[in-house]
Ligand binder design. Structure first.
Ligand SMILES: [Zn+2]
Length: 390
């Protein structure tokens, strides 16, 4: 292995080679999109770029080997014009961005926000599934086939809807949709019309209701049936939780008919208002609201390389394909060869079904994809490369 070895040169060469034959890298209406590219240090270094066709785009990727390739959700008459208003938007996809970083998972306290473990990847996949099953299909009427899912290339998923139904929605409508899904700004008084009124029953949503009402009723019933601890986690006192748990059959019967008053709770309005606000935060989907609300936001081009991992921001397909998608296997881009890495400190890494590490201050020889991953995650440095596999 050579002494004047430069890992960035190696990675750039791998990226360039990948783009020579990569498939599915062309976004629809390529000539109407704004592009931006990044290097090893900055994700979007320059934007306001455009390509007239697929060949020009591929040539750019092969010659420049960008570490990040992003494009707009918006379609423009003139994508390279500046400032933004001069681009003249003609429509836009709607995109939902779900990232494990925003989920505050317990495992992240152990391995840090920058690292991604199997729990992170499974949790974010479950969240993406929830977005489709609990919101996009039942509440907005999209069909599963309209929702295209892409792995972000690191620790999340992007869900794209490219349809006439959403193409012309303005930023305000997009903001409303994202707020709704996140469960923010929910109005208690709309859900519980008699709240605050004296000497009346507390009427509220039924499990069969559409939208958030039904979600809340179902989830409260589920939570109560799980035992007093679950309810206490949402802020109930021990006594309130015990009371509701013991009389759960009666409570459930009431709620099924929209009557939330079958079990006596002191200061019931305030009690349910607090519980439901907490529950909505848990139950709302953990989307990045700014990505959905602002279609000028640039997002990773599907099937391009993610420069924090060396993985492909792989197209997954629809929800039916998401369940069995294995990002740390199927999104591997560089498969030929192996590398020597000096690892400073790496948690266990599972790629292509094989476990590497944990490593601490040691030299290891691993397949090139694992080496690039550790290098780009900053837990090690590649010291040499051998093109021929073991
Ligand atoms: Zn994790």
């Amino acid at each position: 292995m050579a002494t004047t070895f430069n890992p960035r040169q190696l990675i750039s060469r791998l990226v360039s080679n990948y783009y020579k034959s990569a498939t599915g890298i062309f976004p629809k209406h390529i000539e109407q999109r704004e592009f931006g590219f990044g290097n090893f240090d900055i994700k979007v270094l320059g934007r306001h770029m455009g390509f007239r066709d697929e060949k020009q785009f591929r040539d750019y990727l092969v010659s420049n080997a960008p570490m990040f390739a992003s494009c707009s959700q918006s379609y423009y008459r003139d994508p390279t014009a500046r400032p933004m208003e001069k681009k003249d938007a003609v429509g836009a996809e709607m995109v939902f961005d779900i990232d494990a970083t925003d989920m505050n998972l317990p495992c992240q306290i152990e391995h840090g926000k920058k690292w991604v473990c199997e729990i992170c990847l499974d949790s974010v996949k479950a969240e993406a599934t929830k977005l489709v099953e609990d919101f996009l299909v039942p509440d907005f009427g999209f069909s599963e086939s309209e929702i295209e899912i892409n792995f972000s290339g690191n620790r999340g998923y992007h869900m794209h809807i490219d349809s006439e139904k959403v193409s012309h929605l303005d930023n305000f409508a997009r903001r409303e949709i994202s707020e709704y899904i996140a469960g923010s700004g929910m109005d208690f008084k709309t859900l519980f019309p008699t709240a605050g009124a004296r000497a009346t029953k507390l009427l509220g949503p039924k499990p069969a209701d559409s939208g958030w009402g039904g979600k809340i009723a179902n989830n409260v019933i589920k939570t109560i049936n799980m035992g007093p601890d679950e309810l206490m986690r949402l802020g109930a006192t021990k006594q309130e939780a015990k009371q509701l748990y013991e009389k759960r059959a009666l409570f459930e019967m009431g709620v099924r008919n929209g009557n939330w008053d079958m079990v006596y709770i002191k200061k019931k309005d305030e009690f349910w208002k607090n519980i439901i606000a907490k529950q909505a935060v848990n139950q709302g989907d953990k989307i990045d609201k700014n990505v959905t609300a602002d279609p000028t936001h640039l997002l990773r081009v599907p099937n391009t390389i993610h420069g924090d991992t060396g993985l492909i921001a792989k197209k997954v397909g629809t929800k039916a394909s998401l369940g069995k998608f294995e990002p740390m296997k199927e999104a591997i881009a560089f498969r030929q060869g192996e590398a020597k890495v000096h690892v400073t400190n790496s948690p266990k890494l599972i790629m292509n079904g094989e476990a590497f590490g944990p490593y601490s201050d040691e030299d290891v020889i691993v397949p090139i994809y694992a080496a690039v991953y550790m290098h780009l995650k900053g837990v090690g440095a590649i010291k040499g490369f051998r093109a021929k596999a073991r």
